[in-house]
Design a protein around this ligand. Structure first.
Ligand code: IVH
Length: 699
C-alpha cells in the first residue's frame, strides 16, 4: 500500500492516490475537530498526516491543489486556530516595582533555600533580561526540525499558529546536531518600532486598522487567519526559556541562553548575570536609560535565578515562579512648558486639543506635542497656555500631559477656553451626548471632514455615481476640483479638459462620467437625505424622515421651524417619529443650524431633482398616510412586526400621541398614551380591531 511507502520512494501515480487518501483523512479529522468538537486523532498523528501530505506536495508540485488542507492556515480558515495543549504550562511572572520590593524578593529566595539562609555570603547569581513587550510563544522542534508554534493562551492551552510563525524573520527551521531530539523553546514575538510605524502608516493609507502600539500590532498580525497577511507584517522574536525537552544538559539559565545562541535562536544581547542586588539595580538603570533608543519596546527587566537546581527547588507559587520576577520600568516622564493649546479636527469632525510644548527629551525621544484628549481633560488638569506641565510617554503611545504645575504664574493665567467653533471651517462645535467628544457641525464644508463626506455622498447607498469611487473623489479633492457636494455635478462641465489630462481618463470615460452624473441628477428623497452624511442619520432614519416629510421642501421647512423653536409643534413632530428621539433630533438640527450646510442644500436643490417620497404600494390601504401609535402589549405579533406591517401599508408609526395621531392601537396595559388619546379625541382601537382594519388575522 502506498501509505506505507516513504515519500521519496513514491512514484507519481501512487503519490496521486496518496494525496487523495491524506486529503480525505485530514478533512474528516478537521470536521471532527472543528465542527463536532470531537477530535478523532491525537495532535501528533494529525501533524504526521499533514507533514506527509506537505512532503508529497513538495516533491510533486503539480499534485498540490489549491483546496489542499495544507493550503489552509494550520487551523483551517474560518474555524479559527487549532488548540494546542502545552506539555508544561506557560506561566506568568510576579512583579516588583521598587528597590525595596526587589530586596524583599531576593530575601524570600534566601529564606527558602536553607544553605543560603545559613550562609549569607553565598551569592545568588541572577540573570537579568529585558522584558520584551510582545507575546509569548512556544516553538516545538522534533528531530531538530521546526514542527509547531503555539501561543500562550491561558497558560495550559494555546492556539496553533505554526503557519504564521513560519513567516517570522530569523526563525531557525533546522537545528544543529547538538540540539536535543525534542526541544520546546519559548520566547517573545514582537514587532520593531520602525516596522510598527511603517505598518500603521500603510494601514492608515488604505483605511485599515491602525494599532495602538507594537504589541497589539504583533498580536493582531500573529493571529491572522491568512498566513499571507502575517507574512506581510514583519514579526520577529527573542528566545529566553524552554518547555518540554528530551535532555536538559545545561545547569544554568545563562548556560541555556548560550545554548540558544549556538542553535541559531535570536537571544537578547542586553541580558547579563548579576551577583548582587546592586548589580541588578545598576543594570536595570542602564537598560532603562537606553530604552528609548532600542529598536523594540521593553517594559521592564526579568530577573531569574541562574542555577537550575535552585530553580527546581524554589518551584512555583500559584502560577508564577518563586525563582523569577519582573521589575517594571516607570512610564517615562519629563517636565516642560506648554506654549499653546491647538485644536485638531479629525475626519469625523472630532475636536482634539493638542499641547504644543517646548521640545523636551523623554527617554531619548524629543517630544514637542502631546495630547490633551478632550475638553473635560483640559478642565480636569486645568491646563492653561504658558503652564509648566509634566508629560508622559508610555511605550510607543502618543505622549500625554499628566500634570500641571500649579504655581503662582499658573493662577495668574486665564483658563483655556475650549473653542465653540471649528478651527478648520468656523462652523459651530458641539459636544456629543456623552460629553466626551466635541464635534464640528460643518460636515459638508469642513475641509478636515470634507473628503470623507464626499466619499459618503457618492457611496453605493447614497448617490452611487458610476465611475466615481473613493479613489477618484480623493484625487479630485486633492486637486481642488471638488470641495462641496454640488461641485461633483459641475465636475465635467467645469473641468473637462483638466480631467482629460489626468492619467486613466480618456474621452470615453469622461463621457461616461458625464452620463452617470446626469442620470443621478434625479434622486429619491430618502437617498438624498442619507447622502448628506448627517450624524446618526443612517439609511433607516433617512427613510423615516422622507416618509414623514414627503418632499425636500417640506423637510427643510419643517427642520427650519423645529430649530427655531424647540417648544413648537415642528420639534414635537420630529421627536415623535418612532426611531428619531431627542438625540437624533439634536444632530439633525445642528446640521440645519449651520449656515454653510444650508448653502450646500440650496446649491444641490438648484442642481438636482429630488423626488418626493413614494409611499410603498398601498393601494386601497385604509391606513395609508395615517399616523399610528402602538401602546400596551400586543398579542398577535411583536411591536416590531406590527410597526413594519403598518409601514408597509403606508402608515407612519409614531412613538407618542399628538393631535396628528390618527389611531392609537392599545393592547392590555396601555397607560398614559390611552388617556392622552382620549383627551385629544384620537380614535383608539384594540388589537383585533386594528387587525380587522388592516386585513391581518390574529392567528
Ligand atoms: S520568563 C516562568 N523572560 O513576560 C517564566 N518572560 O509577565 C516565564 N516576557 O508571559 C517568563 N520577556 O510573555 C520571561 N526575558 C523574558 C521575558 C518574558 C518578556 C513576558 C512573557 C511572560 C510575561 C510575564
Amino acid at each position: 500500500m502506498s501509505q506505507d511507502v516513504a515519500v521519496e520512494d513514491l512514484a507519481e501515480l501512487d503519490a496521486h492516490m496518496e494525496v487523495k487518501r491524506l486529503t480525505d483523512l485530514i478533512n474528516a479529522h478537521n470536521v471532527a475537530y472543528y465542527r463536532d468538537d470531537a477530535p478523532t486523532v491525537s495532535d501528533a498523528e494529525y501533524d504526521a498526516l499533514m507533514r506527509r501530505l506537505q512532503a508529497i506536495e513538495a516533491r510533486y508540485p503539480t499534485l498540490a491543489k489549491p483546496d489542499s488542507p495544507t493550503q489552509r492556515v494550520g487551523a483551517a480558515a474560518a474555524s479559527g486556530f487549532r488548540k494546542v495543549k502545552h506539555a508544561r504550562p506557560m506561566l506568568s511572572l510576579g512583579n516588583v516595582f521598587s528597590e525595596e520590593e526587589l530586596r524583599d524578593f531576593m530575601d524570600g529566595i534566601r529564606r527558602f533555600l536553607k544553605e543560603l539562609r545559613d550562609d549569607p555570603t553565598i551569592p545568588v547569581v541572577m540573570v537579568s533580561e529585558p522584558k520584551i513587550d510582545g507575546l509569548s510563544i512556544s516553538l516545538t522542534y522534533r528531530d531538530r526540525q521546526f514542527q509547531r508554534a503555539a501561543t500562550r493562551g491561558d497558560g495550559s492551552e494555546g492556539e496553533d499558529v505554526t503557519e504564521n510563525v513560519r513567516t517570522l524573520k530569523d526563525l531557525p527551521v533546522t537545528l544543529p546536531a547538538d540540539a536535543p531530539d525534542l526541544l520546546e523553546v519559548r520566547g517573545e514575538v514582537y514587532m520593531t518600532k520602525e516596522d510598527f510605524a511603517a505598518l500603521n502608516a500603510g494601514q492608515a493609507e488604505k483605511g485599515g486598522k491602525v494599532f495602538a502600539n507594537p504589541r497589539n500590532a504583533a498580536a493582531g498580525s500573529l493571529r491572522q487567519l491568512d498566513p499571507a497577511v502575517t507574512a506581510s507584517r514583519p514579526l520577529t522574536f527573542f528566545a529566553y526559556a524552554w518547555g518540554e525537552v528530551s535532555a536538559v544538559d545545561w545547569t544554568t539559565q545563562s548556560g541555556f541562553l548560550e545554548r540558544l545562541e549556538g542553535w541559531g535562536f535570536p537571544v537578547n544581547p542586553l541580558s547579563r548575570t548579576c551577583a548582587t542586588v546592586e548589580e541588578m539595580l545598576a543594570h536595570y538603570a542602564e537598560v532603562n536609560t537606553g530604552r528609548a533608543g532600542l529598536p523594540y519596546d521593553i517594559d521592564g527587566m526579568v530577573y531569574k535565578v541562574d542555577r537550575l537546581d535552585w530553580q527546581e527547588r524554589l518551584g512555583f507559587v500559584s502560577r508564577a515562579p518563586r525563582w523569577a520576577t519582573a521589575h517594571k520600568f516607570p512610564a517615562e516622564k519629563a517636565t516642560t512648558v506648554l506654549h499653546r493649546i491647538t485644536v485638531q479636527v479629525g475626519r469625523t469632525g472630532s475636536l482634539t486639543p493638542v499641547a504644543n510644548l517646548e521640545p523636551v527629551t523623554v527617554g531619548g525621544v524629543v517630544v514637542s506635542r502631546a495630547t490633551l484628549h478632550n475638553a473635560d481633560e483640559i478642565t480636569r488638569l486645568d491646563a492653561r497656555e504658558g503652564d509648566t506641565v509634566v508629560i508622559q510617554r508610555a511605550g510607543d503611545v502618543i505622549p500625554q500631559v499628566v500634570e500641571v504645575v500649579k504655581d503662582a504664574a499658573h493662577a495668574a493665567r486665564p483658563p483655556f477656553a475650549f473653542p465653540t467653533h471649528c478651527p478648520e471651517c468656523g462652523s459651530e462645535a458641539r459636544r456629543d451626548d456623552d460629553g466626551a467628544v466635541t464635534r464640528c457641525t460643518g460636515g459638508l464644508i469642513c475641509p478636515a471632514q470634507a473628503v470623507e463626506r464626499l466619499k459618503h455622498f457618492v457611496s453605493r447607498n447614497a448617490f452611487d455615481i458610476e465611475g466615481l469611487g473613493k479613489k477618484q473623489i480623493e484625487a479630485f479633492f486633492a486637486d481642488g476640483l471638488i470641495k462641496t457636494p454640488g461641485d461633483i455635478f459641475r465636475l465635467v462641465s467645469g473641468h473637462r479638459d483638466v480631467i482629460l489630462e489626468r492619467e486613466g481618463w480618456g474621452a470615453t470615460s469622461v463621457d461616461n462620467l458625464a452620463r452617470a452624473l446626469t442620470e443621478r441628477r434625479t434622486i429619491a428623497l430618502e437617498r438624498f437625505i442619507f447622502a448628506l452624511g448627517i450624524r446618526q442619520i443612517g439609511q433607516a432614519t433617512a427613510r423615516l424622515l422622507a416618509k414623514q416629510y414627503g418632499s425636500l421642501a417640506g423637510w427643510r421647512a419643517a427642520m427650519d421651524a423645529a430649530r427655531q423653536d424647540h417648544d413648537g409643534e415642528a420639534y414635537a413632530d420630529l421627536v415623535s417619529i418612532d426611531g428619531v428621539g431627542p438625540s437624533v433630533a439634536e444632530d439633525l438640527l445642528a446640521f440645519f443650524d449651520e449656515a454653510h450646510n444650508r448653502q450646500v442644500l440650496d446649491d444641490l436643490q438648484a442642481l438636482l431633482t429630488v423626488e418626493d417620497f413614494i409611499p410603498p404600494d398601498e393601494a386601497g390601504s385604509p391606513v395609508a398616510g395615517k399616523t399610528v401609535v402602538f401602546t400596551g402589549t400586543l398579542e398577535a405579533m411583536t411591536r416590531g412586526e406590527a410597526k413594519a406591517r403598518a409601514e408597509a401599508l403606508g402608515a407612519k408609526v409614531a412613538g407618542s400621541v399628538s393631535k396628528k395621531t390618527d389611531f392609537l392601537v392599545a393592547g392590555p396595559g396601555a397607560g398614559s398614551k390611552a388617556k392622552k388619546a382620549a383627551d385629544l379625541g384620537v380614535t383608539v382601537l384594540d388589537e383585533a380591531q386594528w387587525l380587522a382594519m388592516t386585513g391581518g388575522s390574529a392567528g
